[in-house]
Ligand binder design. Structure first.
Ligand code: AAO
Length: 452
C-alpha cells in the first residue's frame, strides 16, 4: 500500500483530547518526549461555534487558528516546543463539513456565519443538499446518502468541487507552514476516498495521514477503500480487545489483528478507546476500568500490530460535557488527576511506550497461554510481556524469553531511569529463562531498553 505508518523509530501517538496549546507544549517537554512518545494528536485548532460542549471543535466557522484551546501564536509555539522535545504533531482536521447550527451566529474569533454561509470562506453553492428528510444521513447502508447528506446536521462540503478542495488544502497547508506533521481526517467515511486523495495531492509537502472511517458491519463504505491515502483507524480493534478482556479469553489474542479480519497492520491505526468510543460505544474499555484499562494498553503497546494511539481524557459525567473551561469558554490548563485523567502518564502505560520503542521491528515468538486468561510472549531478542488476568496469582512458573542474560527492570511495577529501577528486578538466566509470580489481574514486562 502507498501509506506509511508514522515515520521514525518513536511511533506511539498520545491523543491529548481537548488540551489547550499551552498545556500540550509543557506536556511535550515534561512527559511525552522523555517517555518516548513520538507524536501528539491535538484537537481541531480552527475557529468554531461558541457553546460549552466539547464538540464545538467539530463545527468550523472559519479556518483561523483561533479556538478555545488557544491563539495562533500559542499553537505555533506549541508545535515548536513539541518538536524541540522530539515529538511530532498531528492535527485533527475537520474537512467534511462546517457548522450544524440552524441559527446564525458568531464564531469563537468573531467571524459571523449562518448554516450555509461563511463569509470569505464558503457560500451556499459549496454545500450538498441531498434532498432527503432534513438533508440528513439516516441510512448507513446507502453509500450516496452517507457521502452527500449531512452528518448530524453539519453543513456538508462539496469535496468534489475544485474550489472546496483548494480551500481545504489551503487550510492544511497553512498548518504545514506552522510545522504540523500529520492530520487525522475527521469523518473520512463521509467523503469519497478520491476526494481525500485530491486534497492530499494539493499539500505543499508530505504529511502523515490517518483517516477516521468507523467500520460498520454490512456497510457499503469500508475502511479498506481508504488505505491508498494513508493509515485508517481500525475501530474493530478496541471493540474486540474489550470483549476479550470482559467476557472471553486472553488466550484468543495469539493472532490478534489481521487474523481477526482487521486491516493490514501497515495501514492500521489502533487504540483501546478514543473520544467517540468512550462516549458512544458501549463496552469499550476506558479510564473508568482502571487496572484492566492499563493492561489492555500494555498489550496494545507490546503487540506488533498497527500504529498505537494512547488516549488521554478529561473526566466526564455526561456525554456532551465540555472540558474544564473558564466562564468565557476558554479551556483551562490541564491538571492531571483532577478533572483530567492523563492516561498517557499512568506509569504502566507510559513505561510501555519505552517497551514499544525498544522492540520496534521485532516479531512475536515464544507465545504461551494457559487456555484462559494468562498469556505471555516475547518480541524476539528485545522484550517480553506476560499478562495474568485470572482472579488468582500464577506462582511457581518459569518463562522462556530468549532474551540475553541479565537483570531487567519490570516496567509494569517500576520505572527505569538513569540505570536504576524503582520496582522489582527480573533476572533472566544464561538460557533465557526467568522465574516470577504474576499476581491476579497483573503483568510483568521487561525489555532491552530497561536493562540494569
Ligand atoms: C452535535 C450534536 C448534534 C447536532 C450537531 C450539530 O450532538 O445533535 O446535530 O452537533 O449542531 C462530534 C459529536 C457530535 C456533534 C458533532 C458536531 O460526536 O455529537 O454533534 O461533533 O459538533 C459517525 C461518523 C463519524 C463521527 C461519528 C460521531 O461516521 O465520522 O458519527 N465521528 C467524527 C468525530 C466526532 C464528531 C464528528 C465526526 C463530526 O470523531 O467526534 O462528532 O465532526 C455507526 C457508523 C459510524 C457512525 C456512528 C454514529 O457506528 O458506522 O460511521 O459514526 O454509527 O452515528 C457500533 C457499530 C458502528 C456504529 C457504532 C456507533 O460499534 O459497529 O457501526 O456502534 O453507534
Amino acid at each position: 500500500p502507498a501509506a506509511a505508518a508514522p515515520a521514525g523509530t518513536k511511533k506511539v501517538i498520545a491523543n491529548l483530547f481537548e488540551w489547550n496549546w499551552t498545556s500540550v507544549a509543557s506536556e511535550c517537554q515534561s512527559t511525552l518526549g522523555p517517555k518516548g512518545y513520538g507524536w501528539v494528536q491535538v484537537s481541531p485548532p480552527q475557529e468554531h461555534v461558541r457553546r460549552s460542549e466539547w464538540w464545538v471543535s467539530y463545527q468550523p466557522v472559519s479556518y483561523r487558528i483561533e479556538s478555545r484551546k488557544g491563539t495562533r501564536a500559542q499553537f505555533t509555539s506549541m508545535v515548536d516546543t513539541c518538536h524541540a522535545a522530539g515529538v511530532k504533531v498531528i492535527v485533527d482536521a475537520v474537512v467534511n463539513h462546517m457548522s450544524g447550527q440552524d441559527t446564525p451566529g458568531t464564531g469563537w474569533a468573531g467571524s459571523s456565519f449562518s448554516h450555509y454561509d461563511y463569509p470569505g470562506t464558503y457560500q451556499s453553492q459549496d454545500f450538498h443538499y441531498c434532498g432527503r428528510p432534513g438533508n440528513e444521513i439516516s441510512n448507513y447502508g446507502d453509500r450516496w446518502e452517507v457521502q452527500n447528506c449531512e452528518l448530524v446536521n453539519l453543513a456538508d462540503l462539496k469535496t468534489e468541487s475544485e474550489y472546496v478542495r483548494s480551500r481545504l488544502a489551503a487550510y492544511l497547508n497553512d498548518l504545514l507552514s506552522l510545522g504540523v506533521d500529520g492530520f487525522r481526517m475527521d469523518a473520512s467515511k463521509h467523503m469519497p476516498a478520491a476526494d481525500i486523495a485530491a486534497i492530499k495531492a494539493k499539500l505543499s509537502r508530505s504529511a502523515y495521514i490517518v483517516q477516521e472511517v468507523i467500520y460498520g458491519a454490512g456497510e457499503p463504505i469500508t475502511p479498506n477503500e481508504y488505505t491508498g491515502n494513508g493509515d485508517v483507524h481500525e475501530f474493530r480493534y478496541g471493540k474486540d480487545l474489550a470483549r476479550v478482556f470482559r467476557s472471553e479469553r486472553l488466550a484468543y489474542l495469539r493472532n490478534f489483528g489481521e487474523g481477526w479480519g482487521h486491516l493490514p497492520s501497515s495501514v492500521s491505526a489502533v487504540f483501546v478507546d478514543n473520544h467517540d468510543t468512550q462516549r458512544d460505544f458501549g463496552g469499550v474499555l476506558t479510564y473508568n476500568d482502571r487496572g484492566i484499562y492499563a493492561l489492555a494498553n500494555a498489550f496494545m503497546l507490546a503487540w506488533p500490530y498497527g500504529s498505537p494511539t494512547v488516549m488521554s481524557s478529561y473526566t466526564f459525567g455526561n456525554r456532551d460535557q465540555g472540558p474544564p473551561q473558564d466562564s468565557s469558554g476558554r479551556t483551562l490548563n490541564t491538571t492531571c488527576y483532577s478533572g483530567w485523567e492523563c492516561e498517557h502518564r499512568w506509569p504502566v502505560i507510559a513505561n510501555m511506550v519505552g517497551f514499544r520503542n525498544a522492540t520496534e521491528g521485532a516479531g512475536v515468538a515464544n507465545w504461551y497461554d494457559n487456555g484462559y486468561q494468562h498469556i505471555a510472549f516475547s518480541r524476539t531478542g528485545k522484550g517480553y510481556l506476560t499478562v495474568n488476568d485470572e482472579d488468582f496469582a500464577i506462582t511457581g512458573r518459569s518463562y522462556y524469553t530468549g532474551l540475553p542474560a541479565g537483570r531487567y527492570c519490570d516496567v509494569i511495577h517500576g520505572t527505569y531511569s538513569n540505570g536504576t529501577c524503582s520496582g522489582p528486578v527480573i533476572t533472566v538466566d544464561a538460557n533465557g529463562w526467568f522465574a516470577a509470580t504474576v499476581p491476579a489481574h497483573d503483568a510483568i514486562a521487561i525489555h532491552v531498553g530497561a536493562r540494569l
